[in-house]
Design a protein around this ligand. Structure first.
Ligand code: 3MF
Ligand code: MG
Length: 344
């Protein structure tokens, strides 16, 4: 398949059993080996990892065991001609992280988070991947008075500094999200992520990852969030998906809700040569009604849609667009884009 210069990834959590807060799993769980085969079969290039996707049960393991298991995972990836795009510390499932990880009020919980982050970095090193994505899941509050937001922000900065100091080769992309699982998160937008990065001990090693649905949940346009990071060379990752308004995090197939919004994300990435800079990551889930044997179409559809939109974007008449901008005829420009999306 001609991928127009792009490389694609997804994470093992994107092949999902379909459980939601109101009902149990509806699909059998697929083991990691099969997910790896599927990734390769569908034409993806890289796997996204949480630390415990790469080394299950790592909280109960010592450093030597963790290293050994991570090396075994690296071998499996190599055998498939795949690589790890990033390793993300899963700092939201362990009982110690109930009140947040780096911003927990309990010092023992913060110490747990710091140790877990180091284990994640160790795993990345063994996977040949010095790139961490940091989704700050529970760093926020259910009620505002529960934590001091200024202290919490300083604690996040200290935590990122500690990770940068632990490994001089590490690069971190912060993945903002405004809510869920918390009511209010401390790092809700790309602006927050980049401001935090700018105050660390090594700003050159901190960037951002934009997830389409997270931007929509913040009431923002994903392509503008991407553009803001691209303007400063800080867009180091994307999680493409879609989201129908201000609801729970839906992780719908890319472009399935708002095709034009998807088009504008592809366009800003393509016009800024993102294919030379990063991987096109998906963070999509099959809807719960999808039968188990048909539960990878959200992945293949998202990838195909991205490539179709690249073609549409590249085929647009750029001279015509410049003329319409100069004439301020944005209604005609609107029609040009809509016509292209409807097939010309
Ligand atoms: C939650 C997310 C996360 C992150 C992942 C990698 C579980 O809304 O998007 O997926 O993408 O933890 O950082
Ligand atoms: Mg994500």
């Amino acid at each position: 398949m001609n991928k127009h210069g792009y490389k694609f990834s997804f994470g093992p959590w994107n092949i999902h059993e379909g459980a939601d807060p109101f009902g149990p799993p509806v699909r059998v769980s697929v083991d990691f080996a099969e997910k790896l085969e599927t990734l390769k079969f569908l034409g993806f290039d890289a796997m996204q990892f949480h630390d415990d996707d790469a080394v299950p049960g790592l909280d109960g393991l010592g450093p030597a065991e963790i290293r050994q298991k991570a090396q075994a995972m690296k071998k499996r990836l190599d055998e498939h001609g795949l690589f790890a795009e990033f390793v993300a510390p899963r700092l939201w499932e362990h009982p110690m992280t109930i009140d947040g990880a780096f911003t927990a009020n309990d010092p023992a919980a913060r110490a747990y988070a710091a140790e877990r982050a180091k284990k994640c970095i160790d795993i990345g090193r063994e996977l040949g991947c010095n790139f961490m994505v940091l989704w700050l899941a529970r760093e926020g509050t259910y009620l505002r008075e529960a934590k001091d937001a200024v202290v919490a922000t300083q604690r996040l900065l200290e935590a990122v500094d500690a990770m940068l100091a632990y490994d001089p080769d590490l690069r971190i992309a912060i993945e903002p999200k405004p809510n869920e699982p918390m009511d209010l998160a401390y790092i809700p937008t790309i602006g927050h992520a980049l401001a935090l990065g700018a105050r660390t001990i090594d700003p050159n090693r901190v960037g951002a990852l934009v997830e389409s649905a997270h931007a929509v949940l913040a009431g923002l346009d994903p392509s503008d969030e991407m553009a803001f990071a691209l303007a400063f060379d800080k867009l180091w990752g994307v999680h493409l998906n879609d989201q129908n308004g201000l609801k729970f995090d839906e992780d719908r197939s890319f472009g399935s809700v708002d095709l034009r919004r998807a088009f504008n994300q592809v366009r800003v990435l393509d016009e800024n040569r993102y294919y030379e800079k990063g991987i096109v990551g998906l963070d999509v889930k099959a809807i719960r009604t999808q039968p188990a044997e048909l539960a990878t179409k959200h992945l293949s559809n998202s990838l195909s849609l991205f490539l179709r939109l690249v073609e549409i974007s590249r085929a647009l008449d750029s001279q015509k667009i410049e003329e319409l901008r100069a004439a301020r005829d944005y209604e005609e420009l609107d029609w040009l884009v809509l016509s292209a999306l409807m097939g010309g």
